[in-house]
Design a protein around this ligand. Sequence first.
Ligand code: F3S
Length: 384
Amino acid sequence: MELTEQQKSMLAGESGNALSLAINTLIDYGLTFGAKRLVPIVSAHLAGSFGAFIYKAYYNIIDKLVTEGVTVKVPTTLNPRPGEQLNLLNRYIFRKQKFFDQKMKQLGVTPNYSCVCYEGANVPKKGDILAWSESSAVQYANSVLGARTNRNSVLIDICSAVTGLTPEFGYLLDENRRGRLLVKLDVKKMDASALGYLLGQKVVNRVPVIEHYPFSELELKNMGGAMAASGAVALFHVEGLTPEAPDLKTVFDGEPDETIIIDQKDLDSLRKPIQNPDLVVFGCPQMTLAEAVKLGESFEGKKCKHKTWFCLAPEAFEKFTQTRSYQYAKKAGVEVHQHCPLASLTVRLGTKNVLSNSGKLVYYLDKAHYNNTEECLKICGGRL
Ligand code: F3S
C-alpha cells in the first residue's frame, strides 16, 4: 500500500505503539479489499457502544489507546446505550457500561448515544469521506446524504477515529456507487420499512435504485435501517430524490443488471396480525424528534392497551419532553426511553410477542412481529 511519510511514521511507532497497531490494522483491512491507499476522513461513528461484560478483548484495546493518551483525530459519535438500568439482568450483563463510557470520554468521543447521529451530532455533507459503522447510519449517510463510507466493523471504526484515516475501497469509489438493480413499484399504500426489509433480502449487497416515490426523510431512515439489516445493503438510490440519482440514466451509467417489481401483496406479506402483544416498540433506528412528536400526538386522550415503548435518541428525547405530544404519550402510558431496544430486549428473558413497525428490530429479534405504523398504533391504543 502507498503510504504518506506521516502514515509511515505512525506505522513505525513514532506516535506510540497503540497508534502503530491501529494504522497497521487499517492497512491489513484495506489490503484485504484491494485498497491502494489510506485517505483522510471527516468523521467517524462507533457502533460498539454496549458495555457487555464479555467483550474483554475490546476493552483491553480501548484501554491501551487511553493509557497511551490517544484521542480521536476527527469528530466521532457513538451508538445508543443498551438500557443497562432497565432490570436486574440488564444491569448484570451490561455491568461494564460505566467503565466503557469513561473510556469513550477519555478518547474524546461525543457522548451522543444515538444511531441517528446524522440528526444533529454528526451531519456529513455530500462527498465527505467517513469511517462509520452501524449499518443503518452508514446507509443513511451514503444514500440520503451522499457522503461516502463503507460498512465498517466495531474496532475498525475506532482505528479510523484515532488515526483519522480509512482505506480507500468499496463505497468510497465512484464505480461502486452506481445503481445495479432497478426496483419498480406497483404499490397503492406505501410501507417503507417493509419495502426495505424485502429489498434487503432480494438485493443482498447490490446497489438498488427505486423508481421515483416521494419518500419522507423518516421513511428513508426506517427503510434504510431495515434494508441494511435483512441484507448487506450500504447504499440505495431513489430516482429523482436521493443526491446521486437525479435520473435513471445518470445513476445506472448503462443498463441495470436486473429489474424487480415489488407489489402491494409483497409489502403486505410482512404484516403479522397479532392483537395481544406483550410489548409494542417504536424506534429502531431510534426515533427522531419529528417522528416522536407525530406518533405522540396520536395518543391524545387515549390509554395504551399494551405496554408501549418509544425509543429516542437522547438529543431528541430532551426536546420531546418539552412538547405537548410528550404529555399525551406519557398520560396514555407510553414508556419513553433513550436506549437501543434491540440490546435490552435481546437479554430480557421471557419477552415474547414483541410487535414493532421496525423492519430492522423484527429481523433481529427472536419472536418479534411486524406491522405498519398505523396498525401498530391502533393495536397499542393510539391512532394516526
Ligand atoms: Fe439503532 Fe439499536 Fe436499532 S443501534 S438501529 S436502535 S438495533
